[in-house]
Design a protein around this ligand. Structure first.
Ligand code: FEO
Length: 173
């Protein structure tokens, strides 16, 4: 049986991954109706990836004798200024998720649940990658310039990045 405090921390993290997926889905939808097809594709894929993260936690918790619960979610914001605004918010959100994963890790250390600690390593590495991807996108946005031509260029880049992503797999692992 998994430790109760670890179970609670994972359930909170499940909620956050679930919210991340909805947040990126909302951003993707905004991009789609605002002529940013590349950014939309990138963010739709990112939303799927967050759902995959959530499922990883769900299966892990249930496999360890816990019970994954779907909690109520707040409505994500749906008004954005432009693609820069969106990716600045994505960056901030990913930093928040990184801090949150570290908090769950701390709970596993306090409770001496080293199995869950080792399970969390995957997420710790994933966060390094996600933050680095988002930083690269923000750097590119700064390079191409914050105007209409720049937005067009960055949308093409995001289209290419979305196409280069490995297929997301939401099935149980
Ligand atoms: Fe599930 Fe983007 O962290």
């Amino acid at each position: 049986m998994i430790n109760k405090n670890v179970e609670k921390a994972i359930n909170v993290q499940i909620k956050k991954e679930d919210y991340s997926s909805r947040l990126y889905l909302q951003m993707a939808s905004w991009c789609e109706v605002n002529g940013l097809g590349g950014a939309a594709n990138f963010l739709y894929a990112q939303a799927e990836e967050e759902r995959e993260h959530m499922l990883k936690f769900v299966h892990y918790l249930n496999d360890r004798g816990g019970f994954a619960k779907m909690m109520e979610l707040e409505q994500p914001p749906f008004e954005f200024k432009n693609v820069i605004d969106i990716f600045e918010q994505v960056m901030k959100h990913e930093e928040y998720i990184t801090a949150s994963i570290n908090e769950v890790y701390e709970v596993t250390l306090n409770e001496k649940d080293y199995t869950t600690g080792s399970f969390l390593q995957w997420f710790i590495n994933e966060q390094i990658e996600e933050e680095s991807t988002m930083r690269t996108i923000l750097d590119k946005i700064n390079l191409v310039g914050k105007d209409k031509a720049g937005y067009f260029h960055i949308d093409k880049e995001l289209e290419a990045m979305a196409a280069a992503r490995p297929e997301t797999n939401t099935a149980a692992e």
